[in-house]
Design a protein around this ligand. Sequence first.
Ligand SMILES: NC(=O)c1ccc[n+]([C@@H]2O[C@H](COP(=O)([O-])OP(=O)(O)OC[C@H]3O[C@@H](n4cnc5c(N)ncnc54)[C@H](OP(=O)(O)O)[C@@H]3O)[C@@H](O)[C@H]2O)c1
Length: 267
Amino acid sequence: MDLGIRGRVALIGASGRGLGLATATRLAMEGCHIAICDKDTAVLEGALAQVKAAATSTGETIKAFAYPVDLTSAQDIDRLAADVRRDLGPVGILVTNSGGPPPGGFEEATDEKWVFAYSLTFLSAVRLIRAVLPDMKAQKWGRIINFTSRSLREPIPNLIISNSVRLAVGGMAKTLAGEVAKYGITVNNVCPGPTTTDRAIELAKARAAKKGISYDEEMAATVKGIPLGRLAKPEEQAAAVAFLCSEPAGYVTGISLLVDGGAVQAL
Ligand SMILES: NC(=O)c1ccc[n+]([C@@H]2O[C@H](COP(=O)([O-])OP(=O)(O)OC[C@H]3O[C@@H](n4cnc5c(N)ncnc54)[C@H](OP(=O)(O)O)[C@@H]3O)[C@@H](O)[C@H]2O)c1
């Protein structure tokens, strides 16, 4: 399928590694100009090289830039948006994404953690959208995709903060989808289940060590509730995002697309 997005400018949050980088790489393969960003500046150079190589592999000629950013900072996001506009032009595709909120149950969730997660997960999405929306309205075209989690549909034990703040993103996105549809802008969420990013693998190893079991045993327990019998690959999450960014997806807005191997049982 031709996604019809060659030449569009795409800004992807927290894209130095993991789901963000997989998405940047996928959109580069479609011929989008790419802005990646991350708090971890050490990974940006390698990530940018991967993005450019991906475009080359499909015969696309793109521009791509990398920016350091702390997505909990309003000033950083404003600066990022201005820099991307200067280097690449008006953003047409925005993928909001950031690090995960602190894990734990209710009694471990201090005010400090709640406020941090609200800023990291919810406000970062709001601020990124606010920064690019005027240019999307002017283009009369836009694609906003928020990376959330399957917890948007079904809370995950021991992730009370994540379960809560991701619902705020879902509520905001659904309402915004109705407000901006008249400008040709769609707003959707991609809701990943467990995915084999480096970070997810590190976390699984840490959980296994804490429980005194092997990594393979921990993974077997995770996979147990997944009908497809395995974790997702980052590229599979990115493919879902790429479809929602596409021209053929122009009539899809306000949805939350589960990419979880069938794990969530809710209809
Ligand atoms: N992978 C999964 O199984 C899965 C499933 C469902 C939902 N998710 C969610 O999807 C998102 C991405 O997950 P991932 O697995 O791709 O994570 P990841 O591999 O850890 O990548 C996240 C990137 O974001 C960066 N980051 C963290 N805080 C930031 C900030 N304030 N400003 C800018 N960059 C920041 C991280 O840098 P540092 O390394 O320096 O922190 C890291 O490079 C997370 O919210 C995660 O909870 C993941």
